[in-house]
Design a protein around this ligand. Sequence first.
Ligand code: ZN
Ligand code: ZN
Ligand code: ZN
Length: 282
Amino acid sequence: MELTFLGTGAANAFPEAFCRCENCERARVLGGPSLRKRSAALIDDELLIDLGPDIMTASNLHGRPLTRVRYCLQTHAHADHMDPSHFLSRSPGYGVVGAPRLHFYASRGTLQVAARLLERDCAPLSFFDPEMGEQLNLEIHTIEAFQSFDFGRYRVTAFPANHDPEVECLLYAVEAEGRCIFYGADTAALPEAVWQGFHQAGLRFDVVILDHTYGPEELGTDHLSARQVIAHAARMREERLLADGARVLATHIAHEGNPAHPELAVWAAKHGYEVAYDGLLV
Ligand SMILES: [Zn+2]
Ligand SMILES: [Zn+2]
Ligand SMILES: [Zn+2]
């Protein structure tokens, strides 16, 4: 599996375009990996994680066309992860040629938000109407926490995030070709049930991607902080959830408490993990 980070920023990107804080000003000067779009990732050019607001820009900027995307795992419905206008813009009605049918996997809560946001565009049909599916070239799959499911050459297990219970946020373990990636954003400290679920599913991760909204001097609340990422990686190592040579990468990085990429990457390396950046291929 090849995973490309299409975005590694938190909800307001990095630099936050309206902000003159020290971190944003430094990121503007440095450019490159210090410029973060809203979080999303692409596996093997066919499996998208999150239909995020910046995926069009990311695709063009990092030379990763989304023309072959046929699966999307949606973590949740927060606006920095789901822009439902992409359902319309990738449809034949918008002149799109040759896009495969999109299989969209999400929790019931997330799908309800998508349906509400698309009410006007789908009227008089609903987002869930099979006829709408035809128009949008879309097939919707409702996923529950702890459910495992297969498509293409992938086996995916969904885990409940510790984030916003109203939209039932999910985290995903993706397995293919004997390798396993865990995509863990957005979430605060992983619930005990998730740790048990990792063991029950017999998972060993080659790549772990974790929420890193809060920086080295901040406490985690609704998201993980740098120190919690370190603690999570340590526990994974202790519980033998990491394969030999496994990589732990931070994503969903906010401007408030995280320095620009080079400084954060040095700090992370000292603590045994890496900081992802937009366009990074793993
Ligand atoms: Zn987010
Ligand atoms: Zn700022
Ligand atoms: Zn969120």
